[in-house]
Each structure stands twice: as structure tokens, then as C-alpha cells.
Design a protein around this ligand. Structure first.
Ligand code: ZN
Length: 124
């Protein structure tokens, strides 16, 4: 039976093959239901939200899985983690989006440093 809703949550049962699960009127409702369904599952499956005009958003299982943010210790989906950068634009650490915004609001993560602060081991 074809689902007559603009947004359809699908589950991949074989690589590249998706089954329709449920239809929704809005993307937000579809996304929420997909997340709840993933959380209640064994966590192995990839999902997709199919929208109007052949648009689709694909979510791999590892992006939907949760991990703990090292700063606030909340369980956050992998896709919601973001890098912080130090004062020279070098990647520092992965934290949740909320902590990233707080940390990066001062412009960089960690302490400000210059090349003079870097120590080199003479034996290298
Ligand atoms: Zn956090």
C-alpha cells in the first residue's frame, strides 16, 4: 500500500533497498518518529526520510547512535557532535553542539598559545 504523505520514514533492509514504514505531514514529525524507532530497535539499521520531489535524507545507524559528550556528559546522537578548534584552527575535540557553541563563543577551545609555547624534544 502506498503511503500518501509528503514525508515517509524508510528502513534499509538490504543495501540500497528501503521499506516504507510510516508517513508524516512534516519533516520534524518524521525525524522524531525515526529517532524513537531507532532507539527502540537493535540499532543496526540505516534509515531514510523521503520527502516531496525526490528529496531524501539518509541516516546511517552510527549517526543515530548516542555517545556521551565529554563536557556535559549527556547522551547525544553522533550526528549532533561537532569539533571544537584551538586558537590556531586545529581540531581539538568532539563535543555536543550545545557545548561546542559555548566553548567556541570565546573564539577557540583551550588556552591561547604561540609557537614559542610549543616544546620540542631534542631527541626527535
Ligand atoms: Zn555537551
Amino acid at each position: 500500500m502506498k503511503i500518501e504523505k509528503p514525508y515517509v520514514v524508510q528502513r534499509e533492509w538490504m543495501y540500497g533497498y528501503f521499506d516504507d514504514l510510516k508517513g508524516f505531514d512534516t519533516w520534524e514529525e518524521a525525524f522524531q518518529w525515526m529517532c524513537d524507532t531507532f532507539d527502540a530497535s537493535n540499532g543496526d539499521d540505516d534509515y531514510r526520510i523521503k520527502g516531496p520531489d525526490n528529496t531524501a535524507w539518509r541516516y546511517h545507524a552510527y549517526r543515530l547512535m548516542r555517545n556521551y559528550c565529554p563536557v556535559c556528559h549527556k547522551a547525544v546522537r553522533n550526528m549532533d557532535f561537532a569539533w571544537t578548534y584551538d586558537c590556531h584552527g586545529i581540531q581539538m575535540r568532539l563535543v555536543c553542539g550545545k557545548c561546542r557553541d559555548e566553548i567556541m563563543s570565546k573564539g577557540y577551545d583551550g588556552e591561547y598559545y604561540t609557537a614559542a609555547d610549543e616544546t620540542f624534544d631534542e631527541d626527535w
